[in-house]
Design a protein around this ligand. Structure first.
Ligand code: PGA
Length: 256
């Protein structure tokens, strides 16, 4: 079962997630981190930046990228990762890969990204958000539980959710390239974050519903090491919330 931590705010969640990443980097300064984009991980990246660690040896892989945006578009995940992760955390330029960024044809980009993750030794810790559709990465409902990095079609609901980052909803691409659910399952530790009432159904379905391609986030139930950090609003529909709180309050010394 995932460790589920219910906190008062996104900032508190960011502090906990950043602490988990710091502990990893103390053991493994050149760890390979999987970076999510979107609003959810921002408090984690801010907290990590505030720790002032030397992250110069860290390598990273982004979860996903839009297909079809002009090169250098401010909302491409390449640009977002450079702005919100690489620069504030002081990572080496070029140390974080984004799917499809190798300048080669889109066809085959997924397989090449998988090879590059493998060649880097695999992802040690993957930061994840979850969409209202239950997606993780851009694995929309119906994604194979064993899927690897590939091009996908975004749902209209996800395009509308992400329209806030663009001048008009029509500008949101219809396609993306995303790590698959199987790719995510290969990471050694998953840290899934979710905030706000709008995520409450997706969080409950992912953690407590059946494992199903209809709820891509439910694949985390198949992973041996998952930390879920949610605020009270996102935890609202969790049936076992009291147990999760109890377990967190009673964690053993070596788990702290
Ligand atoms: P958000 O997106 O962090 O912007 O809410 C999460 C997601 O869609 O995976």
């Amino acid at each position: 079962m995932a460790e589920v931590v219910i906190v008062g705010s996104a900032d508190e969640a960011g502090d906990i997630a950043a602490g988990i990443i710091r502990s990893l980097l103390e053991q493994l300064p050149d760890a390979v981190l999987g970076f999510a984009t979107g609003s959810t991980p921002l408090s984690t990246y801010r907290a990590l930046a505030a720790q002032g660690l030397d992250l110069g040896a860290v390598r990273g892989f982004a979860l996903d990228e839009y297909v079809g945006l002009p090169a250098g578009h401010s909302q491409s995940y390449r640009a977002v990762i450079d702005r919100e992760v690489v620069a504030p955390l002081g990572l080496q330029p070029g140390s974080v890969r984004v799917p499809g960024d190798d300048g080669l044809p889109l066809q085959g980009a997924g397989e090449r990204y998988e090879r590059d993750i493998y060649a880097a030794g695999g992802i040690d810790l993957q930061v994840l958000g979850i969409g209202r559709t239950g997606h993780i990465g851009f694995n929309e409902p119906g994604s194979s539980l064993a899927s690897l990095t590939r091009v996908k079609t975004l749902t209209e609901s996800t395009r509308l959710d992400n329209a806030r980052f663009f001048d008009s909803p029509d500008e949101v691409p219809t396609h993306c390239i995303t790590q698959g659910l199987g790719t995510i399952l290969r990471a050694r530790h998953l840290v899934l974050l979710a905030f706000g009432e709008s995520k409450a159904d997706a969080v409950a379905a992912a953690l407590e519903g059946p494992v199903s391609a209809s709820t891509p986030g439910s694949v985390v139930q198949l992973h041996p090491r998952v930390t879920v950090i949610v605020d009270e609003a996102a935890a609202r529909h969790l049936e076992h919330a009291d147990y999760y709180r109890y377990a967190w309050d009673h964690r053993l010394d070596w788990e702290r």
